[in-house]
Design a protein around this ligand. Structure first.
Ligand SMILES: Nc1ncnc2c1ncn2[C@@H]1O[C@H](COP(=O)(O)OP(=O)(O)OP(=O)(O)O)[C@@H](O)[C@H]1O
Length: 241
């Protein structure tokens, strides 16, 4: 199980602002968790720490008690908020390159990249350069990059931000078929992302967890969708949603 203990993190040296102030959290295996928090709450930072991309100043991130960077890289796949096109590479080449960087041999990287591109419904674009595809398609390349390693845990940072409603639905339906036995985490600042199939909700605000439980429990805090926006705003101590 992917677990964070007493995570403290601030950017910059010395007196940088504390972004995470002692977060204890476990990613629920076999479940999809919505990591909900207002802008600047520290969601991206938490996901970077959980993936091993950043190291905490205090506390630890571990899988089954093992906190080594190699283990995190093997066990956790992370899709960053800003997926970058690799100049000059096609969709297939970019996903294959990421697989190769992760240590797969050439033939396996190619095969897995093909599978991942199929899973994200981008077969028609496989030979198009990634700097010439739409923002929504680039998000799906990002998801393919995360899937290609077949890590047990999948962390997705605001995967549908900026997508139109049709693309959002398309992305969610692709996510429904993703296999990640260690758990899937989807970060968002929008309460209406609760519409998607999620099992659990974790609310992060000002570097602390304010809620962590089954989605039904969170929904039960408000009478309807509008209520939940209010519940969330009260929970995070502001009007952001
Ligand atoms: N590279 C950085 N250097 C300095 N400060 C940073 C850096 N990245 C993030 N921060 C700050 O850390 C805080 C948390 O940022 P983070 O991106 O983790 O929040 P978030 O919840 O993902 O926000 P959003 O929903 O807007 O993406 C913010 O105050 C942000 O300004």
């Amino acid at each position: 199980m992917l677990e964070a203990r007493d995570l403290h993190f601030s950017y910059g040296r010395g007196r940088g602002t504390l972004v995470l102030a002692g977060v204890d959290w476990q990613v629920a295996p076999g479940a999809t968790t919505l990591l909900l928090g207002p802008n600047g709450a520290g969601k991206s930072t938490l996901l970077k720490l959980l993936s091993g991309f950043e190291r905490p100043q205090r506390g630890s991130v571990s899988v089954a008690g093992d906190a080594s960077r190699d283990t995190l890289h093997r066990e956790v796949a992370w899709m960053p908020q800003d997926v970058q096109p690799a100049r000059g590479l096609t969709v297939a080449e970019q996903v294959e390159y990421v697989a190769w960087l992760a240590g797969l041999d050439r033939a396996t990287a190619r095969r897995r990249a093909g599978d991942a591109i199929e899973a994200v419904d981008l077969v028609a674009k496989r030979d198009v350069r990634t700097d010439r595809i739409s923002g929504g398609q680039l998000r799906r390349v990002g998801l393919a990059q995360a899937l290609v390693r077949r890590a047990p845990v999948l962390l997705l940072d605001e995967p549908t931000a900026g997508l139109d409603p049709a693309q959002t639905l398309n992305f969610r339906s692709i996510l429904r078929d993703v296999e990640a036995p260690g758990g899937v985490v989807v970060s968002t600042h929008q309460v209406n992302d609760l519409e998607q199939d999620v099992d659990r909700v974790t609310v992060l605000a000002e570097g602390e967890l304010r809620f962590d439980g089954p989605v039904e429990e969170f929904r039960g805090l408000g009478g309807g969708a509008d209520d939940l926006v209010t519940v969330f705003a009260d929970m995070v101590g502001g009007g952001s949603h």
